[in-house]
Design a protein around this ligand. Structure first.
Ligand code: F6P
Length: 486
């Protein structure tokens, strides 16, 4: 059976739900991201399975967990299979190797890297467990689609157990060039793990080329065959198909959210509260890759250098708590809070607070109202696999005259370069100047750019991405994929 119609086994570190214990009772929140929405129908039609960790830190008995997941599986139309992690595994595999070694290294932030043999050992052990669950619940006809950097060793673990399966892998984060990647003590092992997949795909052409350069570093005789987003790399040890496929969002869903009553109300309230002022908006998970301190510094410089703009702008920064168990993240939170109060302390007047700061996640319809109200979205990560906030902003900009300021180091810059104002987030002065330019941009220019942005996001949405990933994994030609789009 071709992988295009094969039963699908999706494996990701997290299941598309979050299991929590509150007041002694277990409850879960269903996942709502674009990936879940797009995968749902595919899994349902093919009778698929989703394997992952339910995100719980407190121990739970497997029978009870199965009891909780049973009705969720029934409702979603595909099976959710849990992989349980104990406290030590969460610490060493998830917070350790995945988020304190691979995450910073792959985002070019080597100073944040912690390389520890104990973390590496846990990574192998947990990848082995995920592989065992995938093997037990699949057969040779199925396609096992593994997501992200937590599970780069899964296909190798299957091979080590002589389990023959078709496997495909998508890396949601960037892949670094050799001079960065080669710093990893387990660099050969990671390459060996990735080359055990039949198909490996990345967000951008640059990521794919970095991976190919690393392949050449270890297997100098490897040769690329073909052209375009998906090519084959021939090696004596076996061929591997590699692709560049930028992930996206459910455009129609976000557009509808922006028109929902809650979004309309939130947008009106924000516009009323900040009447006559340009609203800048930042929405990020709390992460040192997102360039939040540099962004705040740029805003501070703007206020410092452009006295005329004071009181006629406001910056709303929404920060969603994340990975609180990793030390670097709690340190960053303190630094950001200090930066926010420095700016407000210095520039606030009786009738104006320059920075409005939310440290929590907001319901999606309310967030859509923030997107809608924002005159300028400031999306300036130091490095990002894709950055879906940039795409969500465009989909929610139903008035069609918002400005997107976007880091050239976000994967999204490849598709959105023609409509966004691209910036180098390390160049704080340059960023401050771009914020001023965004405020000054004429309506006609804003509209022209937003039309391009919305068209790009609408055309290559999450359904397009899932379809093309499965096509590429089965050796078929891609659909609606102009080569100059990457
Ligand atoms: O961008 C990579 C990613 O793993 C996403 O898939 C996820 O939404 C985000 O980071 C947060 O990750 P975590 O599972 O560590 O909370």
């Amino acid at each position: 059976m071709s992988p295009l119609s094969a039963r699908l086994i999706v494996v990701s570190n997290r299941l598309p739900l979050a299991l929590k214990r509150e007041d002694g009772k277990w409850r879960f929140e269903a996942g709502s991201g674009g990936l879940v929405t797009a995968m749902g129908p595919v899994l349902k039609n093919r009778g698929g399975i989703w394997i992952g960790w339910p995100g719980n830190r407190e121990p739970i008995e497997l029978p009870l967990l199965r009891q909780i997941l049973g009705p969720v599986s029934e409702e979603s139309g595909y099976r959710l299979l849990p992989v349980i992690l104990d406290e030590g595994e969460v610490e060493n595999y998830y917070e350790g190797f995945a988020n304190a070694a691979i995450w910073p290294l792959f985002h070019d932030l080597q100073t944040e890297c912690l390389f520890h043999p104990r973390h590496w050992e846990a990574y192998g052990k947990v990848n082995g467990r995920f592989a065992r669950v995938a093997a037990r619940h699949s057969d040779r006809e199925d396609l096992i689609w593994v997501h992200d950097y937590h599970l780069m060793h899964l296909a190798l673990k299957l091979k080590e157990r002589a389990v023959e399966r078709r496997t495909a892998f998508f890396l949601h984060i960037p892949f670094p060039p050799p001079d960065i990647f080669l710093k990893l003590p387990w660099r050969y092992e990671i390459m060996e793990g990735l080359t055990a997949y039949d198909f490996v795909a990345f967000q951008t052409m640059r990521d794919r080329q970095n991976f190919q350069a690393c392949l050449r570093a270890f297997w100098p005789s490897s040769r690329v065959r073909g052209r375009g987003p998906v090519v084959t790399v021939g090696r004596d040890e076996g061929d591997i198909v590699v692709g560049a496929l930028p992930i996206s969002i459910d455009f129609a869903h976000f557009e509808a959210l922006a028109r929902s009553p809650k979004a309309v109300q939130t947008c009106e309230e924000l516009r009323k509260a900040h009447r006559g002022r340009k609203i800048f908006l930042g929405v990020d998970r709390l992460d040192y890759t997102k360039g939040i301190l540099q962004r705040l510094e740029a805003y501070g410089r703007l206020l410092e250098g452009q006295e005329a703009l004071r009181e006629s702008v406001v910056f709303i920064q929404i920060l969603v708590p994340s990975r609180e168990g990793v030390e670097a993240y709690s340190r960053l939170r303190d630094e950001i809070e200090r930066a926010v109060s420095r700016i407000n302390g210095r520039y606030a007047t009786t009738g104006w607070t320059p920075l409005s700061f939310f440290f929590r996640s907001l319901p999606s319809d309310e967030l859509a109202g923030f997107y809608r109200a924002a005159d300028v979205a400031v999306v300036t990560p130091l490095r990002d696999g894709m950055n879906l906030v940039a795409k969500e902003y465009c989909a929610c900009n139903t008035d069609g005259d918002g400005v997107l300021v976007l880091s050239e180091f976000a994967g999204a810059a490849g598709q959105l370069a023609k409509g966004a104002l691209l910036v180098n987030p390390h160049d704080v002065e340059g960023l401050a100047r771009t914020l001023v330019a965004a405020c000054d941009m004429a309506r006609e220019e804003r509209e022209k750019r937003m039309i391009r942005l919305r068209r790009a996001v609408r055309r290559q949405d999450i359904f397009w991405w899932v379809d093309n990933f499965l096509r590429a994994a089965s050796g078929r030609a891609l659909r609606d994929f102009p080569p100059d789009d990457l």
